[in-house]
Design a protein around this ligand. Structure first.
Ligand SMILES: Cc1cc2nc3c(=O)[nH]c(=O)nc-3n(C[C@H](O)[C@H](O)[C@H](O)COP(=O)(O)O)c2cc1C
Length: 486
């Protein structure tokens, strides 16, 4: 399940590929080395860089051939790489592949991953290529774009002739055959698509089983729409605006908070519920008391004993059943919350920031053993994870404990077609409310968090993003005093 070691061998420096700035923001470089990107209504610091990077930034305004990078010193290269990854993360960097005939742009490549750099794997005439089943083309504004949820970059297709080549690749083709097409744009174009896993190099044996050719063990279980939804509705593998950016203000009226009533005669329920006066149950009180808490009392953080009770109460395995002898479905467990098909595909990973009795760090909750197991993630990545949660909650301090709810996708997609990812998200909702109610019951504070970063999680765990990845988050801790007493 660990991300496979890079198979990237025999890659050449990409000739004809140029890096340049996009026009999404204005970029200012100051004498002290600070680089700042200015968007419509706000500005964002890109970082402080040395002269080599500032010089490269200057060249980026007109476009710089990637091959030219090799001539920079090693230190400058490191800085340029960091600058490139920051600019790519903000959607401010793009690459163009030159049309060898006209010298104009053949395609424009927009990085989706911060560490994407165009690479040209070597292709031979005898190689067989096929389009990935995850690749798709669509209209974006007035452009045609070629994408894939697996890809580290998106391709703007500027020459309609390329679309016919892409369509031809629906069936496996030898490179030699492709070269004979009138619209053949040169090997570099194909190589860039192979590098992004939009086009796959397959061996003869897998031509008869294209689904397997396209997928390793983890990917084979994914359906196209599910993988696309997962990668575009989480952070880390795209550069689209995310979260509450109010994209339709002024253009479309907001929907009212309460749905307008249907025209029929209303049956007022209050008089019926009042008919049998009943003591308010502790459960009803719990529901009334539940609210989101974003500020925590760091002078008196949550204790390991409280955390243990919280996890045990909400998420432990209560009992397990083995598969039937005639059908191995991986077995079944019983846990405190419901789960679609009793799949229990959700796993809990804890970023511990402040907890009395437990060292700061990143842990997996082993629900079967009801135990925490440390994971050796870097402290920088732990900081990033906590900082992103802080920003999502709009608070000045990181949560005491941040629970990342990750899904073992294959546990559910092995069984269900078309609805696998939807079921996972429904399960996240169920578990989230269980967390809210347990926290309220224990006098702790909690808050669900809507944006998760799937790329960061993959880095922290070393698990491939399509094998197991985050689908939800929940922050918990001791409620700050003003709120607790209020
Ligand atoms: C799926 C989900 C995602 C949420 N994401 C966030 C978030 O990213 N940041 C945040 O501050 N609150 C988040 N919340 C909390 C809601 O803002 C909160 O539930 C809502 O405002 C109602 O307030 P209450 O929970 O105090 O009743 C989320 C809640 C849910 C259920």
């Amino acid at each position: 399940m660990r991300a496979p070691e890079s198979k990237r061998v025999r890659r050449a420096a990409p000739a004809g590929v140029f890096a340049r700035l996009t026009d999404r923001a204005a970029i200012d470089a100051y004498a002290n080395g600070e680089i700042v990107a200015r968007f419509e209504n706000y500005s964002l610091g890109v970082g402080v860089f040395g002269a080599g990077a500032a010089n490269w930034l200057q060249k980026l305004r007109t476009g710089v051939p990637l091959g030219a990078l090799a001539s920079e010193g090693r230190k400058a290269n490191k800085e340029i790489d960091l600058l490139a990854s920051r600019l790519a993360g903000l959607g401010l960097l793009e690459y163009r592949l030159e049309n060898p005939q006209t010298g104009g742009d053949l395609i424009v490549i927009e990085p989706l991953l911060r560490d994407y750099r165009p690479q040209i794997p070597q292709l031979q005439n005898a190689d067989t290529l096929v389009l990935s089943r995850f690749a798709y083309m669509r209209r974006r504004g007035t452009e045609m774009v070629l994408e894939s949820p697996r890809a580290g970059a998106l391709f703007k297709i500027l020459d309609p002739g390329l679309a016919s080549l892409i369509a031809t690749l629906a069936t496996p083709q030898r490179v030699k055959q492709l070269r004979q097409m009138d619209t053949f744009p040169g090997l570099a174009f194909l190589a860039l698509l192979v590098d992004c896993e939009i086009v796959l190099k397959i061996d003869g044996a897998s031509e008869n089983d294209l689904r397997k050719a396209d997928s390793d063990h983890d990917l084979v279980l994914w359906e196209f729409h599910d993988l696309l939804f997962h990668t575009r509705s989480t952070a880390g593998r795209h550069t689209n605006p995310m979260g509450s950016v109010y994209p339709h203000v002024g253009a479309v009226s907001p929907l009212p908070a309460v749905r307008p009533r249907w025209p029929g005669k209303k049956i007022d329920l209050r008089k019926f519920s009042a008919e049998v006066p009943e003591a308010i149950s502790s459960f009803a009180q719990l529901l009334d008391k539940r609210h989101s808490t974003r500020s925590f009392d760091d002078s008196q953080p949550i204790t390991l004993s409280e955390l243990s009770r919280f996890l045990e109460k909400t998420a432990r395995v209560i009992s397990s059943l083995k598969s039937k002898p005639d059908f191995d479905d991986g077995g079944v467990t019983v846990r405190p919350y419901p789960s679609a098909g009793a799949s229990y595909e959700l796993e809990l990973y804890l970023a511990v920031n402040a907890c009395e009795g437990l060292a700061r760090g990143f842990y997996h909750y082993d629900a079967g053993a009801n135990a925490l197991v440390p994971i050796g993630a870097s402290s920088h990545d732990l900081e990033m994870l906590l900082a992103e949660a802080k920003s999502a909650m709009g608070t000045s301090a990181s949560p005491q404990i941040l629970i990342t709810i990750a899904a073992r996708f294959g546990r559910i997609s092995w069984k269900y077609s078309s609805i696998a990812y939807a079921l996972i998200l429904k399960d996240v909702g169920v578990l989230t409310q269980t967390f809210y109610l347990a926290a309220t019951d224990m006098g702790l504070g909690g808050c669900a968090i809507g944006i998760v970063n799937i790329d960061l999680f993959a880095k922290m765990t070393g698990i491939d993003f399509c094998a197991e990845g985050p689908v939800g988050q929940f922050a918990i801790g001791r409620i700050a005093r003003s709120r607790a007493s209020g």
